[in-house]
Each structure stands twice: as C-alpha cells, then as structure tokens.
Design a protein around this ligand. Structure first.
Ligand code: ADP
Length: 685
C-alpha cells in the first residue's frame, strides 16, 4: 500500500498554488466589484455652494450632519427634477443602497420615523465651518440633525468589505491548503516524510519464498523470534537488536528477505529508499528521518526497511565541500536509532551493496550491528531458486532445473526469476501450453548474449572469418585438458554484439581454479584471434572481448593470486566494490605498475603462441569443423567432437561416457571464472 506517495506528485503542488492564485483573483474581483457598486450607488458629492443653492431653492427635505460630512436628502419633487437633469439612474435602487438603508434604519431605531429611515441621502458635501448653516436650514424649513450612526455603519461596512472579508477569505484558504499539504508533505510539507514510503500491513512473504541464502535466513530467524517474544529476551536482560544490515550484490533477494521477516513476524512492513531522504534543501532529510521514526513507532511492532542505505550512510568526510545535507540526515538517523525503545518491537533492516563505504558509526553495536551477507547463490541455491519460481509455471517432463542451474553460474535470484519468466513467454509465443527445457535454455541464452539478430546479414567472407574464429576457441578448448568441454558453437549474431560464440559447460561447479586452468583459459580466449591469423593471415576487430578477458585473467594471476615468478606473493591489487563491479585498484608504485604490464604482456604473448601452435598442428580439424559450421550456422558439442575424433582418429566413446554431462546435447553454460563473472567466448563486433 502506498502511504504518502500521492502527496509527492509535483502536479499536486502546482495545483495547490493554482488554487491559491485563483482564489486571490476571485476575492479581489468580488471586492473591487462590490466597492465600485458601493461607490457608484452611494450619494453623490456636490459642492457646498450647490448645497446652499439647493436650500435656497427649497429642494432640500432633510440634512444630516456628522463630523466631516453633510448628507442631503432632496424633496421628492426636487429629486425627480434632479434625476431628469443629470440622468442618474434611481437612487436608492440597488442592493447595496438597500443594505445601507437597512443598516441606517437599525442604527437609528428609536430616533427617526419609519418613513425617514426609508430614504437615503442623495448628495453629500464636505463639512464647512459655517455657523449660519443652522439658521439657513431653519429658515428654509429643512429638518436637520446629526447622525453619527450613519457613517459608522458605512465605515464599518466599507472596512468589512474591503479589508476584513478578503483577508479573512485568504487566510481561510491558506490554512485549508496548508493543512491539506502538510498532512503528507507537499509544497509546504517539505519536512514531512513525503519520501516514497510504502507500507504493507501484511507482506504475505515467508522464508519459504526465499530460496537458498540459508545462512541469512538463519540469522533473520532469530530476529523474527525477537519480534514474536520480546519479553523472553528482555526478561533475562538481553537487549534486542535494533537493526540488521543486509549486504550483497543486487538482485540476490535482500528486499525479499526483509519482507519475509515482516511476513513471518506478522508485522507491518515499511520500506523506502535511502536516496529518498536526501533533497536539495538542507535539513529536509533529517526531518524526514524524524518523521519516519515517529510514524514507525506509532505502528510498532513493525519492520522498517531502508534500501540502498549507502545513499545516506556514506562515511562522513572532513574534507571541504562535504555534503552537509547528507551528514545531517545521517546524524539524525544515528540519533533516532539510539533513541528508540526496542521493547516496542521496532526493527530497522537496511540493504546495501557497498558496505565498505558506510560510516563506521552506523555499524557499531546498538545500531546496525548485525551484518547479514546475502551473496550470489551457489549451484544448490540456484536450483532452489529456480524451483521456487518454477512452482507457478507449467513445465513438461523434459525440464531439468539442475542443468539450468549448472549453466548459470554467477546468476543471481532476480536473473533466474527472469529466465523462468522469459521461458514461459517463449512457450506462449510458440503456441505451447507448457515450458520445455529448450525454452529455458533459450531464455538463459537471451539473458547472456541477447536475442538472435535475424536481420543481420553477414557477407560470405565475414561468415568464414567468424566461423574460423569460433572454431579456433572450441578447438583450443578441446585440445587442452584443463578447459571445460565445448557445448555449442554458433555464428548466429546476437543483439548484445556477439557475431558468434562458443558455449562451454563445467562438469561441476568450481570454487577454485588452478594456475594451469587459468593459463588454459587465456589460451582459449586467444584461440579465436590465432585462428584468424593462421588461416587468413590477417586479424580483425572481432577479438576485442577475448583480449579484454585474457588480459583480465593474466593480470589477476599476477597481482592478486600470486601466480607469477617475478612478483611472487606480493598483493599488488585489491578489490573494491566486491558486490558490484569488483574493480581492482593497484597498491603499488608506478615503477612496479610498469613492470606488471610487461609481465602481463609476456604472459599473453606466450598464450597466443601456444594457441597458434595448437591450431597449426590441427589445421585439418580446424578446416573441417569450420566448413561444417558455415553450412549449419549452429553445431552442438556432440557434432563438434564427432568430426574432431574422426580427424584425430580417436575412437567414439562408449555409451556410458556418451551420457557424461559434457556431452549432453543442448547444454549451455556461462562459465564461472576467477573474476567472478559468467562468460562465454564470443566474437564481438
Ligand atoms: P535485492 O533487494 O537484493 O536487489 P530483490 O529482493 O529485490 O533483490 O530481488 C528481486 C527479485 O528476485 C525478487 O522479487 C525475487 O523474485 C527474485 N529473487 C531474488 N533472490 C531470490 C531468492 N533467494 N529466492 C527467490 N527469489 C529470489
């Protein structure tokens, strides 16, 4: 359920301002209109002169005086005359005048007659210090008196309409808008936790939905128990954990695990991303943290999950230009974590794939003191993950999830879930009701090298070069004992750039590689380029990926695995961002770095010579297999080995050997290698 999310919509803010503007305009118009009506319809100003002449002419029926004005009411006859003369439209004749009359009437109640109160003055003039006025009025038989109430009422009305009413309306409007916005954040509510926070009352996820990751589940099981029976632990004096940090590469199921903890403990689950705290304005993040903890404590027992906590939890640095906002947010988070009472059953889970950059203060006891590693799944883990996701997909009996797991070394949970889904989509596309093993393999290939690029038309010569290149890799593989068997060779281009590729499969998952195996891998990687040079006496751009891969292995052998005679066991590189790109950083001086490069070059050169030698010695096999591949476009490991054995005069293996994993048809793989990445030997563009 999305709790506050709706308030974050910028359109919503814009709408708010729109309403304020429209109301202001409307109120202004109304006030201006009323005011002008009032102005236009009230008594008209005349000069004192004219007033005197009106008295002389006997046209004045009544006069009322106040401190600064004299209001004049004409006789009926005179009024009619005046009207004809000036063309003024009836006065009193409009709403406002009636209103004024009524008010005047009320103010005078008890004073004048009803008749008097019905008439409103026609003219007014400024008060002049004229002592003779009363005499003149008496002489002319004009009624007169002072009417302080008249002006009071009028002034009050004017004041009300021009000042109090608009200000009051505006204030009301503003209060209403502010309340609406601050409820969940918005223009005014920047301080509120209007970050994307999701709340689920029941996640419905349990540990059964998370496959593999047994160690992580075990640690979290304890946490669930804390939430279930806080009394059991606090009774004995044990402090409940406040937070746990889930550490691992993306897609390994960290979010899923956090949800499972909430699901198992049957408590609500709040989740938001670390980056959602940090805004442009200083202080916003900190107030969001405060708000988050306030909300969570109200809902306790509950789980709060902060994804990508490294966005706020980065080590605070003292260098100039540090990020003030982030530091304040982090400080607030630390303070809140110290402050809350665990007995209520509030648990903060956070996820990161860069634990090394987190501020140490965040990891000390009493904060995220439990670190739970959620690493890439091993073979068994992958089989289990595939099973979990295959549960809801109809599969035929040909499906062997173990074979898929073996072929997907290095893949994480989200990759595997994606593969199963791709396979199901593929089956539907072909009008089938169930998913077959072939669909699954195709899905694996799509995830690895992209979809087939059917519209890419290669020239005949290019096809020949790509074929020799790929067969070069495969043949070197088959000729070296320490490399994994070839499973499939193809020259159908793929969307991710490969013009062709060779797939190899391990017979079992390996966690260690020997020096010999690594050397053999380098020779295989360079086998494609060696075949090109041997056959065409020229080289192409297609080996770029191979060269990169070979260099990476050679470099790691020298700098990380202590496998070179020259440098021995010296650790020359260390790995950063282990859970992300695993980039290596040199720890040695410039001179040594230069020497490392020389050593790498030497190693690559030797491997290339070895590949060329192997291929030259087996030129017949190379030509025959390449010709077959050009014709067929895709060949299996079995077909490859058949020609290879024929040429080499090796007898066909017996039935039992036939079934060995290396020979099973259709098996493809990403091979796990020291750099921890799955790869295939592919000829790029
Ligand atoms: P992370 O938070 O580590 O990046 P997620 O928990 O978001 O990864 O995982 C994404 C999806 O991958 C999950 O929703 C789930 O479908 C699948 N997945 C990942 N790991 C597992 C696992 N161990 N078991 C089952 N499914 C998994």
């Amino acid at each position: 359920m999305d709790n506050n999310n709706k308030n974050k919509d910028p359109n919503h803010n814009r709408q708010g301002w729109g309403i304020i503007l429209a109301t202001t305009l409307l109120v202004t118009f109304i006030v201006m209109g009323l005011y002008s009506m009032m102005q236009g319809s009230g008594p008209e100003e005349i000069s004192y002169d004219k007033f005197l002449s009106l008295i002389d002419e006997g046209k004045v029926q009544e006069v009322s005086l106040n401190s600064d004005r004299i209001y004049i009411t004409l006789t009926d006859e005179a009024r009619r005359e005046e009207l004809e003369e000036t063309g003024r439209t009836g006065n009193p004749g409009n709403v406002l005048s009636q209103l004024q009359d009524q008010m005047q009437g009320q103010m005078q109640s008890g004073g004048g007659t009803e008749e008097e109160s019905e008439r409103s003055p026609d003219y007014y003039t400024g008060y002049v210090n004229d002592y003779t006025l009363t005499d003149k009025l008496e002489k002319a038989g004009v009624k007169f008196g002072s009417k302080p109430g008249d002006t009071m009422a009028q002034t009050l009305l004017e004041l009300f309409l021009t000042v109090i009413l608009p200000i009051g309306l505006m204030a009301l409007m503003l209060v209403w808008l502010m309340r609406k916005m601050t409820k969940g954040g918005g223009v005014m509510g920047i301080g509120k936790s209007n970050a994307k926070m999701y709340m689920e009352k029941e996640t419905g996820v349990t540990f059964q939905d998370v496959a593999g990751e047994d160690e992580a589940k075990e640690s979290l099981q304890e946490v669930v128990d804390f939430l279930h029976n806080p009394g059991k632990y606090s009774g004995i004096g044990a402090k409940l954990p406040k937070g746990a940090l889930l550490v691992g590469p993306p897609g390994t199921g960290k979010t899923l695990l956090a949800k499972a903890v909430a699901g198992e403990a049957k408590v609500p689950f709040f989740s938001l991303s670390g980056s959602a705290f940090v805004e442009m304005y200083v202080g916003v993040g900190a107030s969001r943290v405060r708000d988050l903890f306030k909300q969570a404590q109200q809902q306790a027992p509950c789980i709060v999950f902060i994804d990508e906590i490294d966005a706020i939890g980065k080590t605070r640095d003292s260098s100039l230009g540090g990020n003030d906002e982030r530091e304040q947010t982090l400080n607030q988070l630390l303070a809140e974590m110290d402050g809350f009472d665990t007995n209520k059953g509030l648990l903060i889970l956070a996820a990161t794939n860069r634990p090394e950059i987190l501020d140490p203060a965040l990891l000390r006891p009493g904060r995220f003191d439990r670190r739970i590693i959620v690493d890439k799944p091993d073979l068994k883990g992958r089989v289990e993950i595939l099973k979990v996701h295959a549960k809801d997909v109809r599969m035929d009996e040909s499906v062997d999830l173990e074979a898929i797991a073996l072929a997907t070394s290095g893949a994480v949970g989200s990759d595997l879930a994606n593969m199963i889904n791709e396979a199901a989509i593929n089956a539907v596309k072909h009008g089938r009701q169930v998913v077959s093993q072939k669909d699954l393999f195709e899905a694996v290939e799509v995830v690895l090298v992209g979809k087939e690029k059917k519209d890419r038309i290669m020239s005949k010569e290019e096809r020949r070069i790509v074929s020799y290149h790929e067969v070069g890799h495969a043949l070197v593989t088959a000729l070296q004992k320490n490399t994994e068997p070839v499973q499939k060779i193809t020259i159908v281009p793929r969307t991710m750039g490969a013009l062709g590729y060779v797939m190899q499969t391990p017979e079992e998952e390996k966690f260690l590689n020997t020096k010999k195996e690594l050397e053999a891998m380098i020779v295989v990687a360079l086998g494609g380029r060696a075949a090109e040079e041997l056959v065409f006496d020229t080289v192409t751009t297609g080996a770029a990926n191979d060269i990169e891969q070979a260099t990476k292995i050679a470099r790691a052998m020298i700098t990380q695995y202590g496998m070179s005679d020259r440098f021995g066991l010296m650790g020359l590189e260390s790995i950063q961002n282990r859970y992300l790109d695993g980039r290596a950083v040199l720890n040695c001086g410039d001179a040594t770095a230069g020497e490392i490069d020389v050593e790498v070059m030497k190693m690559l050169k030797a491997a290339y010579e070895e590949a060329k030698k192997l291929l030259a010695e087996n030129r017949e096999a190379l030509d025959k297999i390449a010709a077959f591949l050009i014709e067929k476009e895709t060949i299996t490991g079995k077909e490859f080995m058949k020609i290879f054995r024929e040429v080499k005069g090796i007898p066909e293996p017996s039935e039992t050997e036939e079934g060995a994993p290396a020979e099973r048809e259709g098996r493809i793989t990403m091979k796990s290698e020291p750099a921890e990445e799955s790869q295939i030997t592919a000829g790029g563009e």
